[in-house]
Design a protein around this ligand. Structure first.
Ligand code: ZN
Ligand code: ZN
Length: 444
């Protein structure tokens, strides 16, 4: 019998042959989401025989949990747990970049067995990478329910000023202490909720890839992501009030979403066009030396825009789609591969080569020409419509974001209309995945 996709526990440390044809392995061994979960960390380390651990914090998470965790280690194990306090950069924040990675390596005593990330997504990404390279065990102590990336494998790092997702490792255990998480700033709670709201569009995008290109699809992972999202919608009032139950459900949702990514070995269930827009904006902010926005905040505002695209395609009939594509093919208004290469070069500047490689693996486009897509697009239009109809309206998405006190428009994030338009045209190239942005380009 298949385990319940809305519970975490049955999936831990599991390996199984899935109906999607793949074998899934979930390396995450332990998850505790409870009041006082911080106290379980030294016990876990003792059980795993990790006698030499390093805590990694920044100046904010040192106060929120780092100092207390260090005390717990000396009380329970009579061992010193050294702390690496990551220094803020000139923008007053910690970035997952070379400076931070080197600082952890410098502060890491010889023969460290486990590194404990105490903080939000950025600190996790730094530690995840260092653990992967050094073979240390990676333990997660989130201090805010702000992203679903705690349990992910890839580390988005800033290398020479450019963001790249580098393979790294998942944590072996996550200790989410509700006493700490309920005190996280509301903006971070709202960002975590918004990251979850983006699953409406990421799941629909995955369906598009499955319908049009027979892309690998795992209904277990998709169902898990959907249940995780529903947990958050069902507890929206508790999340808004930062009640223990509300934050517990948000955290469960974020971790389940992370597990669904571990299951399929990539971020397809949880990251679609809304994430590509967010990554594009982030890249431009880095180029402009602007302070980073919360990942989930950008994803939420982008998900509203993508819900708008789904809403508009849901109005089209099969005949209209046929006619639009035929007319554009006759008028030759689709961009050529050459034009796309030029567009990528203009939009992505110094990372253009990397983006070109992503979009033209083996020198050719990852997608067939429009002429070849057209018959299947028209023939499967009813399935595409039912996928689009499952995405809530932008008005509903906005209302949910407003309920938790999160931004719902790029304007609220001080992202200019120009940058929004630029992202709508260029963000599809962030990954060679088929998304609503790519579909919209074909049928608009
Ligand atoms: Zn995300
Ligand atoms: Zn599967």
């Amino acid at each position: 019998m298949k385990p319940d996709p809305s519970r975490i526990e049955p999936w831990l440390d599991s390996r199984f042959q899935c109906s999607c044809g793949q074998e899934h392995r979930i390396p995450l061994r332990e998850v505790a989401i409870s009041s006082g979960a911080l106290r379980l960390v030294p016990e876990y380390c003792a059980k795993e025989a990790f006698s030499r651990v390093l805590l990694v914090v920044d100046s904010r998470t040192l106060d929120a949990a780092g100092r207390r965790l260090k005390e717990l280690f000396s009380e329970h194990t009579r061992q010193e747990a050294p702390i690496c306090v990551l220094a803020d950069n000139e923008l007053g924040e910690v970035a997952a970049d070379e400076q931070a990675i080197v600082q952890v390596l410098l502060d890491m005593p010889p023969q460290t067995q486990a590194i404990i990330a105490v903080g939000s997504g950025t600190i996790h990404d730094i530690v995840r990478f260092v653990c992967y390279k050094t073979g240390c065990d990676f333990i997660s102590v989130p201090t805010a329910p702000s992203v679903d990336g705690f349990s992910s494998v890839g580390a988005p790092l800033l290398i020479q000023g450019f963001k790249q997702t580098i393979p790294a490792c998942a944590p072996s255990a996550i200790f989410a202490d509700l006493d700490i998480l309920t005190k996280a700033p509301q903006t971070m709670v709202a960002a975590g909720f918004a990251d979850m709201l983006g699953k409406f569009t990421s799941l629909a995008d995955w369906e598009l890839g499955r319908i049009l290109f027979g892309e690998h699809y795992c209904s277990t992972a998709a169902e898990m992501t959907r249940r995780a999202l529903n947990l958050c919608i069902d507890h929206i009032e508790g999340i808004r009030n930062r009640s223990a139950l509300g934050i517990q459900k948000l955290m469960e949702g974020l971790i389940l979403s992370g597990i669904s990514m571990l299951m399929v070995g990539n971020s397809r269930p949880a990251s679609g066009a809304e994430h590509h827009l967010s990554h594009y904006w982030e890249m431009k902010f880095i180029q402009q030396r602007r302070k980073a926005l919360l990942h989930g905040a950008k994803v939420g505002a982008a998900a509203v825009l993508m819900a708008g695209l789904y809403e508009s395609i849901a109005l089209l009939t099969e005949d209209e789609v046929q006619e639009r594509v035929t007319t554009r093919l006759e008028q030759k208004t689709y961009p050529t591969e050459e034009q796309d290469r030029h567009r990528i070069q203009q939009a992505y500047g110094k990372i253009a080569d990397q983006v070109l490689r992503e979009n033209f693996p083996q020198g050719r486009s990852a997608f067939p020409p429009i002429e070849d897509i057209q018959p299947h697009l028209v023939g499967s239009w009813d399935r595409i419509l039912s996928t689009a109809q499952q995405v809530p309206s932008p008005a509903q998405m906005t209302a949910w974001l407003q309920t938790v006190g999160g931004p719902a428009t790029p304007e609220q994030l001080e992202i200019s209309p120009l940058l929004v338009d630029e992202a709508l045209d260029n963000a599809m190239f962030v990954r060679n995945r088929f998304t609503i942005l790519r579909l919209n380009r074909i049928i608009r």
